[in-house]
Design a protein around this ligand. Structure first.
Ligand SMILES: Cc1cc2nc3c(=O)[nH]c(=O)nc-3n(C[C@H](O)[C@H](O)[C@H](O)COP(=O)(O)OP(=O)(O)OC[C@H]3O[C@@H](n4cnc5c(N)ncnc54)[C@H](O)[C@@H]3O)c2cc1C
Length: 410
């Protein structure tokens, strides 16, 4: 095993003494990291991926990472994930770059300004390195950012970015080295039954002591086929990258809550995102970014959605960059991907039925918590404790609910 893998093995984690056979369905950041952690702890692990590793949301994500959560458990998971990213940085093509994360609202948006003030107070209660800053100080630290109409801003210092696809590929390689059998091009189905979980593929059936479904937007489908429904809705989000521009070297990561956009530096240019589709997108004069006033987001079929970005998104982004930097940036490329929503905005994470586990429903924040969630999941699958607040059995599985965007401030 490489140096990178041993460095991230958590101290005091559950390790197995008998032969335990486990399977993971889904080769995204969550699935490959969990499979890796299971193998490092002594389990015999098989990972099924219907396409190639990182074919799902993990290969399309922006890679913005932070621990600036108002909720204590999320903040702790975010911090642990950042530690693991830093320790793993330099493995294969994976690199993690430390970078401050700015949260701001612009003049005229008192509701969100108050939400930031309250959110920052709660983050600080949980010992997060986050502070409110006045616009002049913000402009002094980040001179390229337009701050003249900023009403309230905060800077989170424990933050950074990376390429999520590179992380997932590097971790999959580490998993293979740790002994995980990674079966790409293999769609897994779960069979309903009374005994332990059984996975069916085109090659036959296999029984396991424990199976994790980390199949991203397909997780509901995979579990429903086995008779264990979960309330999970996929929704489409979009991102773009600009061409390289030396000025953006000094940009922070930024979430503009008034505009609904986030951005981060990327290879000398910028990555800009969100673009959640709301019901109003097709109507003129609607701001489709602004889903924060109760606008319903659209549920997508995980097997039938448009992977290319919409024209309105690219045009709106160009306008937004003018707002954020006071100048334009040529767009290099744009794309779409699927995120997953749950009724209460918290993940579905834990044992859904005996031996059958789920890790899904990240509301657009799954990558940044993946290394921490994965080690918790590996622990739970090997007999450790789960996270009560995320227990998937808090729902029946047939709940009706509207999709609420994960970036929106409480
Ligand atoms: C444009 C965009 C930007 C984002 N930005 C960020 C960000 O900045 N920070 C952040 O934290 N999060 C971000 N996210 C969210 C993040 O991508 C996800 O929360 C995270 O990647 C989920 O990882 P996962 O492993 O759970 O799922 P996925 O990466 O979706 O992996 C699931 C895998 O399961 C496979 N699969 C499905 N069904 C089967 C089956 N039956 N058998 C075998 N394999 C199967 C799929 O092919 C897929 O590879 C973003 C998402 C998008 C789309």
């Amino acid at each position: 095993m490489s140096e990178g893998a041993s460095a991230v093995t958590p101290v005091g984690a559950v390790e197995v003494e008998r032969a335990v056979e486990v399977a993971v369905v889904g080769g995204g950041a969550v699935g490959v990291t969990t499979a890796h952690d299971l193998a490092v702890r002594g389990a015999s692990a098989t990972l099924y991926e219907r396409g190639a590793v990182a074919d799902g949301a993990s290969g399309r994500a922006a890679g913005v990472c932070y621990d600036a959560y108002a909720d204590r458990i999320d903040a702790e998971l975010g911090e642990r994930a950042l530690d693991r990213f830093r320790e793993f940085s330099g493995t294969g093509a994976f690199e993690f770059v430390d970078c401050p994360y700015v949260i701001l609202v612009r003049e005229g948006d008192e509701r969100r300004a108050e939400a930031i003030r309250e959110g920052v107070a709660r983050m600080r209660d949980h010992d997060r390195d986050v502070s409110l800053v006045d616009p002049t100080t913000l402009g002094g630290e980040f001179p390229d950012l337009r701050t003249d109409d900023v009403l309230v801003a905060a800077v989170a210092r424990n933050a950074g970015y990376t390429d999520p696809g590179a992380y997932t590929a590097a971790m999959a390689d580490e998993a293979r080295e740790a002994g995980v059998e990674v079966r790409e091009g293999t769609t897994a189905r779960l069979l309903p039954g009374e005994g332990g979980p059984t996975v069916e593929t085109d090659d036959g059936h296999e029984d396991f002591d424990a199976v994790l479904v980390a199949a991203g937007a397909h997780s509901r489908q995979v579990l429903a086929d086995a008779g264990h429904p979960i309330p999970l809705k996929p929704y489409r989000v979009q991102a773009l990258v600009t061409e390289a521009d030396p000025i953006t070297d000094r940009a922070p990561m930024c979430y503009d809550a008034s505009g609904g956009y986030y951005l981060r530096p990327r290879e000398g240019g910028l990555l800009v995102g969100d673009g959640c589709e709301s019901r109003g997108d097709s109507q003129a004069n609607q701001n489709p970014w602004d889903s924060g006033d109760g606008t319903e987001l659209i549920e997508r079929d995980p097997d039938d959605w448009d992977r290319d970005a919409d024209d309105w998104f690219v045009a709106d982004c160009a306008g937004y960059l003018e707002t954020a930097f006071g100048r334009s940036y040529p767009v290099d490329r744009a794309w779409a991907g699927l995120c997953t929503a749950t009724p209460d905005g918290h993940p579905l994470f834990g044992e859904r039925a005996p031996g059958l586990y789920v890790a899904a429903g990240w509301q657009g924040h799954g990558f940044m918590r993946a290394p921490a969630m994965a080690e918790r999941m590996a622990d739970q699958m090997l007999g450790g404790d789960g996270i009560d607040a995320f227990d998937p059995n808090r729902f029946d599985g047939d709940e009706q609910f509207d999709i609420v965007e994960g970036m929106e401030l409480d």
